[in-house]
Design a binder for this molecule. Structure first.
Ligand SMILES: [Zn+2]
Length: 266
């Protein structure tokens, strides 16, 4: 039994829900993100928010899976400040939907000034509505700088408790920064970029699996919705106990997300 805490199911087929269910997945969480193309207006986001709060939970339920979602405008499209403000204005209408866990995945893409402005506005929104926060960190060479900018910006919001924030896509050079500041950390298992199962397990062993979850972040690009169960198998081969594997892939995501009463499993 495990949880996929980060999957963009709008871009996956119904077959993928079946594969997840067969692999032992019981719940999938879908942060709002880029759709593979730039949307032309806030109306596109209105429909997207309906899709991840109304339609995807029904598609998941056909395979006995719970579906949860997070709301925001992603950093890539947040470069357009007017669009970002229009999209953020839609969030209060959706925030009380039963499957919404919080604000995310917000963060930085190119570490630009506009992205940072919109990141701060989202954090304020999370504060106003007392929401959990899920954060995307930039790729490759921008990751360390972006992670530092994000942590510094969060310090301006003392009401946002670090234990209610997960900073995702950490790698070897950012994981300590995130965990030592009291946040949760997400590790993304990608076939081409981000971390491999072995790199992820090395990091888990280094930090003794504390406040860490693993996800596939499967989306419209090259990605593997079964990356988490495949890594669970590698953990077993490397001598991890069944209890510790469960802690990372089930207990930890449950512990983080249960901080909102809306996260309930059957
Ligand atoms: Zn994502």
């Amino acid at each position: 039994m495990y949880i996929e805490p980060h999957g963009h199911m709008v871009s996956r087929t119904t077959d993928d829900y079946e594969k997840l269910a067969l692999a032992g997945c019981v719940a999938i969480c879908e942060p709002a993100f880029w759709a593979g193309f730039d949307r032309s207006s806030a109306d596109g986001f209105y429909d997207y928010f309906r899709q991840i709060t109304e339609y995807e939970p029904k598609r998941a339920a056909r395979f006995g899976l719970k579906h949860f979602s997070w709301l925001c405008i992603n950093p890539k499209e947040a470069e357009d400040l007017k669009l970002a403000d229009d999209v953020m204005a839609l969030i209060p209408e959706f925030i009380n939907k039963p499957n919404v866990l919080g604000i995310g995945e917000i963060g930085l893409n190119k570490n630009s000034r506009n992205e940072l402005t919109i990141f701060e506005k989202h954090v304020q929104l999370a504060e106003n509505f007392d929401q959990l926060v899920l954060i995307h960190t930039p790729h490759l060479e921008d990751k360390l700088k972006g992670t530092r900018l994000i942590i510094d910006a969060l310090k301006n919001h003392p009401k946002i408790k670090p234990e209610r924030v997960i900073i995702d896509h950490v790698e070897e050079h950012t994981i300590d920064l995130v965990l030592d500041a009291g946040f949760w950390a997400g590790m993304t298992l990608y076939p081409e970029s981000k971390c491999s199962p072995h790199r992820a397990i090395d990091m888990l062993e280094h930090r003794r699996a504390e406040r860490i979850w693993m996800n596939s972040a499967c989306d419209w690009g090259v990605s593997d919705p079964l990356a988490v169960p495949k890594t669970m198998l590698e953990m077993k081969k490397r001598g991890w106990s069944a209890e510790m594997i469960q802690r990372v892939t089930f207990g930890n995501p449950v512990a983080f997300m249960s901080q909102t009463p809306k996260f309930k499993l059957d």
